[in-house]
Design a protein around this ligand. Structure first.
Ligand code: ATP
Length: 247
């Protein structure tokens, strides 16, 4: 089943077109990796999927369907709740861990303290952080390490129970151990969520994704099951990229 579908999709910054006629469907409960050289449009595509691009001074044409419905026909608030996004640099709020994880649920109307406590514990467990931080839940999130902060940001994105989680190079500022923690977390999460991850790290795409999309100069060159992209790419440009010839 497709959760998101792009039809003849184009994206612009001013008059500059950076994504050209892209058609692609993203499957439910799968990890889809978007790869390609710097500047090919990966982040632009990711931000388009939850209509954030308009806030980054971009503009889109064509259609994005979310569960079959034009994403622009759904309220911005609902789109943002159901399609969460996490960026490269961990961005915890300068509050306690507890407040980071209850901020959005409170905004969306959860008042019951027991329920809020439950959300905090559940999301900390999902992110593998619970044992590490259980005695300092009311301490500042800014005291966590970079890797812990990024796991907290993913946990925070999950507190409103989105359908889709978009991740833009979530591990690029992290070391091998923290990257492995996040990859493990994502592979567990995919049972309940649909995940789209932009990554420069081809080994990461290979390790964790079910599908891989290769972009070049704003075009979707090839999109297939990850093992096919890495073992028998159909397009020579894909082959050259995964062999490290350019990019
Ligand atoms: N706010 C902006 N205004 C104008 N042009 C932009 C803006 N953001 C990105 N671009 C341009 O759009 C193109 C696609 O950028 P994008 O950030 O989507 O690429 P990317 O593949 O994610 O790159 P990277 O891997 O380096 O993050 C690039 O040519 C970039 O210079």
């Amino acid at each position: 089943m497709n959760v998101l579908e792009l039809k003849d999709f184009r994206a612009y910054y001013g008059s500059k077109r950076v994504i050209n006629n892209l058609n692609m469907a993203i499957k439910k409960n799968k990890i889809t990796a978007i790869i390609g050289p710097s500047g090919c449009g990966k982040s632009t595509l990711l931000m388009s999927l939850n209509t954030m691009l308009e806030e980054a001074e971009g503009r889109t044409e064509g259609q994005i369907l979310f569960n079959g419905k034009d994403v622009h026909s759904i309220s911005k608030e609902e789109v943002r709740r159901r399609i969460g996004i996490v960026f490269q640099k961990p961005t915890p709020f300068p509050f306690s861990i507890y407040k980071n994880l209850t901020y959005a649920p409170i905004y969306y109307g959860v008042k019951d303290k027991k329920r809020l406590d439950g959300i905090v514990v559940e999301k900390l467990k999902i992110s593998g952080l619970y044992e590490e931080v259980k005695d300092e839940i009311h301490g500042s999130a800014l005291k966590l390490s970079g890797g812990q902060q990024q796991r907290l940001c993913i946990a925070r994105a999950l507190t409103v129970e989105p359908d889709v989680l978009l991740l833009d190079e979530p591990c690029s500022a992290l070391d091998v151990k923290n990257t492995a923690n996040i990859e493990k977390m994502l592979m567990n999460l995919v049972q309940d969520y649909t995940i789209v991850i932009v990554t420069h790290n081809l080994s990461q795409a290979k390790r964790i994704s079910d599908y891989t999309a290769f972009m070049l100069d704003g075009e979707l060159i090839e999109y297939d099951e990850t093992h096919r992209i890495f073992t028998s790419p159909q397009d020579n440009r894909t082959k050259e990229y995964i062999e490290g010839i350019y990019g």
